[in-house]
Design a protein around this ligand. Structure first.
Ligand code: FMN
Length: 366
């Protein structure tokens, strides 16, 4: 039986992931994240995922003007949830590994082993440069830095005393107790698109985010297999419900027509400053006519039945292990998804021997 995990890409920044003047304008708050977590747990989803973002992209909509810090909000929701896995983004440049290891172990403890981190090396460096923390040449060795960082943490999580003499970190007989509840380590997630990013995922990650091409899914699994590991390959999707297919498609068009082009231009300029090879592909993708946001994922548009059919088809055809959803209105849309789309999706996928969101209700209620 194939198991596909479903999660929520939490709206860490203002206005979620939609860069439109039409969609709701709001700032992220603990209260909003608590509500989303409750719905996600009630409808049987598997995880919540928080990106880490330290500056927004302006525009009339104020895209990502306010952002909340992922590890602190995940920590606050750990005792308020019972079953969801909680994944928070961490950039190694911002935390010494001995400090990060301790914070992560603490949240692992609060959550009873449900916590994990998404290790990023900087999607754009502007947000880190504003803090003055980006070392000379970092763009060329960022995954080497992250690799050392995670290796140090793995030692601290598993050994009594750790001595490490690396290019970036030096530890002498360093202790870190207690150890995490989850063995061998708290969950590790990553999302790099570059060859170095893929290699990092293959060596360390339990989950890797990719786009929706089956070839990327295969390539990621093969890279992990070459390291003697298995990895779950996951992606993001935007849920856009309507009462009818036409109504949903029309709404998508209106969101697109009202795209905040100023915010989009600022985002693309931020990518171009870093001048990485991979960014040419990524900025051209952002110029595609169906762009409605950043990080919003592949749009799944339609009435609930259509949405269930489209999701099932994507799950069957791509071989993906997980999807995290973004929404226009997270609380409302996830409730509707749980009540109307999910039962139909489960029924279709059962015919393909695939299980989704199968949390036992009794455990949710316990
Ligand atoms: C779902 C998802 C979440 C991400 N979250 C972050 C984040 O919080 N912070 C960040 O700097 N980059 C984030 N990224 C970007 C990736 O970590 C990575 O930098 C990007 O895909 C480019 O690949 P590269 O780093 O290998 O060049 C995210 C990517 C995805 C797909």
């Amino acid at each position: 039986m194939r198991k596909v995990e479903l999660g929520v890409f939490m709206p860490v920044g203002s206005n979620g992931f939609l860069m439109s003047k039409r969609t709701p304008r709001y700032h992220p708050t603990f209260e909003l994240h608590h509500q989303i977590a409750q719905v996600a747990e009630d409808i049987g989803l598997d995880y919540l995922f928080w990106m880490g973002k330290w500056m927004g992209f302006g525009g009339e909509s104020g895209f990502w003007k306010n952002t909340i810090e992922p590890m602190s909000v995940a920590s606050s929701l750990a005792p308020l949830t019972k079953r969801l896995k909680l994944f928070a983004t961490v950039n190694p440049l911002l935390f010494h590994p001995a400090v990060a290891a301790k914070i992560i172990t603490t949240i692992d403890n609060i959550s009873g082993g449900r916590f994990g981190i998404n290790v990023v090396t900087g999607n754009t460096l502007e947000e880190l440069e504003q803090m003055g923390v980006v070392p000379e040449g970092y763009g060329d060795y960022r995954y080497e830095y992250a690799d050392e960082w995670i290796r140090v943490m793995k030692m601290l999580w598993s050994q009594d005393r750790s001595t490490f003499d690396g290019r970036f970190f030096k530890l002498a007989d360093c202790v870190s107790d207690p150890k995490p509840i989850r063995k061998p380590y708290p969950y590790l997630v990553s999302a790099g698109l570059s060859a170095e990013g893929l290699s990092f995922a293959a060596k360390h990650s339990d989950y890797q985010f990719v786009g929706l091409r089956p070839a990327d899914v295969e390539r990621t699994r093969a890279a992990a297999a070459a390291e003697g590991r298995s990895i779950k390959v996951v992606t993001s999707m935007l849920l856009l419900h309507g009462e009818t297919d036409q109504a949903a498609e029309r709404e998508f068009e209106l969101i697109r027509e009202d795209l905040d082009t100023e915010a989009l231009d600022n985002l693309i300029a931020s990518f171009e400053r870093d001048n990485r090879d991979s960014y040419k592909d990524r900025t051209s993708y952002l110029r595609q006519p169906n762009t409605v946001g950043f990080g919003s994922g592949h749009p799944v548009i339609g009435a609930p039945d259509t949405m269930a059919e489209k999701l099932a088809q994507l799950i069957v055809e791509t071989g993906i292990d997980g999807i995290q959803f973004t929404c226009v209105d997270f609380v409302k849309d996830l409730k509707l998804f749980g009540a109307v789309v999910l039962p139909k999706l489960k029924a279709i996928l059962a015919r393909h021997d695939i299980v989704v969101a199968d949390a036992p209700a009794a455990r949710v209620a316990a």
